[in-house]
Design a protein around this ligand. Structure first.
Ligand SMILES: [Zn+2]
Length: 254
C-alpha cells in the first residue's frame, strides 16, 4: 500500500477523498503510490533541471561515447513500454561515479562511471536501473511525497481540485529549492531496490544477461575514489550487502 496516504490520513482529515484520489496502483510494481503531480508537470521541471546540469557539467565532446550509450539503451527503452518519452542518453564530462535519470527521459551518465563500467552489459545494468526509476514512477512519487510534507494540505487540495497541469509554478514554489533539483534528489532505499528489480527485468526482456548488474555492483562496492572515499554514486545508490543480496535474488529468478 501507499504508506504516506495512510500515515498522513489524520493530517488530511476533511479531505477524505484526497488520499483515495491521489493514490494509484503502479502497473509495473503492483504497489500503490501517492501521485499528486502529472508527468507533464515533472517534464517541465526536468527540462529546467537538465539545462542547469548541462551548463555546469557539459557533455563529453566524443560523439561516439553518446552514440554507444544510446545504442546500449535502445533495447531497454523498447522493453520499458515508455517509448513516448523523449529519451536521451548523454555522457557528462565529470570524473565522478554517477548516473541519473530525469522524468523527461533524459539520462546523464558521468564519464567516470562510464569508463569504470567498461562492458556494454554493465552499462546496460546501470541504464536499466535508471529507466526502472521512470517506469516505476519514482519521480512522481518522490515529488508528491515532498509536496505533501512541505506544502501541506492546501496545495495538495488545490492540485486535486484544479486541472493539475496548470499548476506547475505553484508546485515549483511549494518545493522551493527542490523545484528544479527535486527531480534529481537521491531516491529512498525502497526506490533503489525497486529500480534494481525493474532494471533486471528490463535486461532480461532485452535479452541481456542481468548477471552483469551483480558483477557491476560487486566491483563498485570495493571501489574508492582518489581520496579513499566510496564513490559518490554509492551515497545515492548504496550498494551494501543487503542490496546486493536482493539484486542476486532478482537475477536468480528465471
Ligand atoms: Zn537509483
Amino acid at each position: 500500500m501507499c504508506g504516506l496516504c495512510f500515515s498522513r490520513r489524520g493530517l488530511l482529515a476533511g479531505l477524505g477523498a484526497l488520499s483515495l484520489a491521489a493514490c494509484s496502483e503502479n502497473a509495473v510494481t503492483g504497489r500503490n503510490q501517492l501521485v499528486l503531480v502529472d508527468d507533464g508537470q515533472l517534464a517541465g521541471l526536468a527540462d529546467q533541471a537538465w539545462s542547469q546540469i548541462e551548463a555546469e557539467i557539459p557533455p563529453v565532446r566524443d560523439p561516439a561515447a553518446h552514440a554507444r550509450l544510446a545504442r546500449i539503451a535502445a533495447p531497454l527503452v523498447a522493453a520499458s513500454g515508455r517509448s513516448d518519452l523523449n529519451w536521451s542518453f548523454t555522457v557528462l564530462d565529470s570524473p565522478d561515479f554517477n548516473a541519473f535519470v530525469l522524468p523527461n527521459g533524459r539520462v546523464g551518465f558521468f564519464r567516470g562511471l562510464f569508463e569504470f563500467a567498461g562492458s556494454d552489459a554493465e552499462i546496460a545494468s546501470v541504464l536499466g536501473h535508471e529507466i526502472g526509476h521512470i517506469i516505476a514512477r519514482h519521480p512522481a512519487e518522490r515529488v508528491s511525497q515532498e509536496l505533501a510534507v512541505q506544502a501541506g494540505v492546501s496545495v495538495a487540495q488545490l492540485l486535486i481540485a484544479q486541472d493539475a497541469g496548470e499548476w506547475t509554478d505553484e508546485i515549483g514554489a511549494a518545493l522551493g529549492m527542490g523545484a528544479v533539483f527535486g527531480v534529481i534528489l537521491p531516491y529512498s532505499r525502497k526506490h533503489e531496490l525497486e529500480a534494481d528489480a525493474v532494471g533486471v527485468d528490463l535486461m532480461r526482456r532485452s535479452r541481456l544477461d542481468p548477471r552483469a548488474a551483480v558483477r557491476f555492483w560487486e566491483r563498485m562496492a570495493t571501489r574508492t575514489d582518489a581520496k579513499g572515499q566510496p564513490p559518490e554514486v554509492l551515497s545515492t545508490h548504496p550498494a551494501d550487502g543487503r542490496r546486493l543480496e536482493a539484486l542476486k535474488q532478482a537475477v536468480a529468478q528465471a
